[in-house]
Ligand binder design. Sequence first.
Ligand code: SF4
Length: 351
Amino acid sequence: MLIKSDRLKGIIQRAYDCKPPTKDEVKFMLEFDETSMEAKLIRATADDIIRNNSDNSAIILGQIGVDIMKCPGGCKFCTFGDDHTEFEPMRISDDELRIKVHNFVKGGDLYGLYLMTMHEYELPVLLNAVKTAREITPDTTQIWVNIGDTDTDTFKELKKNGVTGVYHVCRLNEGIDTKLKPEDRIHTMDNALEAGLELYTCLEPIGPEHTPEMLADHMFIGIERGIYQHAAMRRVAVPGTPLAKRGQISELRLAQIVAIVGLASFMVPTMAYLGVHEPNTLGYTSGANIITAESGYNPRDSNGDTSKGRGMDMDACRKMMLECGFSYLRRGDESKIPLTLDYIMEKASEI
Ligand code: SF4
C-alpha cells in the first residue's frame, strides 16, 4: 500500500460510510503537498463519492455583472476596490442585460443565473434587473444574486420577486484584506437563510499565504450554516490589484482544496453541488460539478466584459464538462439532459 497514513485511510473509509471529516481532519488533509500520493487519493475519493451521489451530473451557472462603481468594499484582490480601481462607474442597460441573459439561456440548460452588484447597490436597480432577467429566463433557470451585505427584509423582497438564492462569503482575511467586517458578512448569510433563500458560499480568495488552519476555519462557516452549494476559489493575481504581488496557488493545489471542501460538506443535508473558480479540468476531476459562465463585469478581470476576457461562454462550459466525463447536465428544476458530443454540437449551432 502506497498510502502511509493510517489516519488518512480512516478518513477515506468513513467518507464512504457517509461520515464527514472533522475540522481537525480537514486541517490534516490540507497539510499534504499537492503533488503527493495522499493528495491524489483525496481528490480521487471526493470525485468518486460526489459523482456517485449526483448520478455523474454537472450544472452550469451564469453570472452577469449589472452595476459597477469604485467599491467601498475595498478588497485588495478585486479590480473594483475603491483605492485602486481604474474602472469608471457603469450600469448595464436593460437591452444589454436582455442580450446577455438570452445568450446564457437560449440553449435551455442554464441551472441558475447570478446577477452581481458591488458591495453597495440600489435595490430598485437590482429589482429591475431581476424582473428583466425573469422575463427571459425559462422556468428551468433559477435567479440568484451576488450582492453586498443585506438585511432580512430586503432578501424577503428579492425572494418575492423571483430570487431563489444568494451567493455570500466571509472571505479569508476579511477585515484585513478588505474594508468589511467578518461579522457583517456572516450576519448577511444568516439573513439570507432567515428570508428563506438558498445559500451558496465559497472558500475564497485562496492565496499561497493561507494556512491549513485558516482554510479549515473558513470552510466550516458555510458548512455549519447549511449551505446549498459550496466551492473553492483561488485568488487571481490580477495586475494592478494590491495583492497580485503575493502570487497564486496552482490549479492542482486548488483541486486538492476543493476535494476537501467536498468531503467536508457533502454530508450537509442541504448541500447539492460543489463549485471551483475559475473553471479548470483538475477541479472537475476532483469532486467539483458546478461550472460558471460569466459576462459583463468581473472582480477577477480587468476587461469590462469578462466574456471577452477571463469568462467562459455556455458552449465552452458544456465542452469542458463533457471532456471531464460528466454524463448529464442538470437544469434548475433538477431535470437531467444527457451530455454528449452530438448535444454540444447541436447547441453550438443554435443562434
Ligand atoms: S470583491 Fe466585491 S465587495 Fe470587494 S471590492 Fe470587489 S466588488 Fe467590492
